[in-house]
Design a protein around this ligand. Structure first.
Ligand code: ZN
Length: 246
């Protein structure tokens, strides 16, 4: 089975379209690690697409925030503004759909899925020291996460934890052979608001039969996504950051 792994689309329709064009024909089903909405200007279109096509999905903190089922007082001001704006843009049934998304981890036969960490859906996994003890929460050899908007991840190998590397700025992909004896925690990167200093949309393709993981980066029309943000009256900072990938 070949799966398209997406995370943190964040209402960015231009980035989503570019990813789907780039990945066309390369996958059989779609997995989404949460944060469908928030920050960018096309929540209705992105929710409609995700509702229709994502085979597996977990909720992200922005999905919960926009649905109004969690406290957003710890969001920074632009994020809070975008959350309230998104809530005002979506019809009741889309908000209900967001509210009903499952908290991670979700377990499929071959993999598990969560937004932040397999131990806590809201935890940002950044340091290897945070990740090291999490192998006890991996009930499948491969676990997909999102939340940090950093493409990459870790593998537990004999002798310790090893980071997975994403494509360099001059590359469009990085292919990793997955060893059946190791455990993997994989972040496909953010489609709609990368923060790993690469403004290109990030995603991954996982071929479970061939045991291949490919981290991908694709350019998209950042200017158009920025214009939509400004036209919607969302904070300028949300448009600016897309150009820098941070
Ligand atoms: Zn996010």
């Amino acid at each position: 089975m070949r799966r398209l792994i997406l995370s943190d689309i964040h209402s960015n329709l231009e980035a989503l379209k570019a990813v789907l064009d780039d990945a066309q024909g390369a996958y059989d089903e779609i997995v989404c690690c949460g944060d469908v909405v928030g920050y960018n200007a096309n929540p209705a279109e992105v929710v409609a697409w995700t509702r229709r096509y994502a085979r597996y999905i977990v909720r992200g903190n922005h999905d919960c925030g926009c649905a109004g089922i969690t406290d957003i007082s710890d969001f920074n001001l632009p994020a809070r503004y975008a959350t309230l704006w998104t809530r005002s843009q979506l019809p009741r049934e889309d908000l209900d759909w967001l509210s009903a998304l499952p908290a991670g981890p979700v377990y499929a036969e071959e993999f598990q899925l969560c937004h932040g960490s397999p131990a806590d859906e809201d935890e940002y996994l950044i340091q290897s020291s945070q990740v090291e003890p999490l192998d006890q929460f991996l009930l499948r050899p491969v676990c997909f996460i999102g939340h940090t908007h950093w493409q990459g991840g870790w593998s537990w190998q004999r002798g310790g934890l090893v980071p997975l590397s994403r494509p360099a700025l001059t590359e469009t992909e990085r292919i990793i052979d997955l060893d059946p004896d190791y455990l993997y925690l994989i972040n496909p990167g953010s489609v709609g608001q990368p923060r790993d200093r690469d403004p290109r949309a990030g995603y991954a393709i996982w071929d479970s039969a061939e045991r291949l993981l490919t981290f991908k980066r694709v350019r998209y029309d950042v200017r158009s996504a920025q214009s939509r943000i400004l036209e919607a009256g969302l904070p300028e900072l949300l448009a600016e950051r897309l150009a820098f990938g941070r």
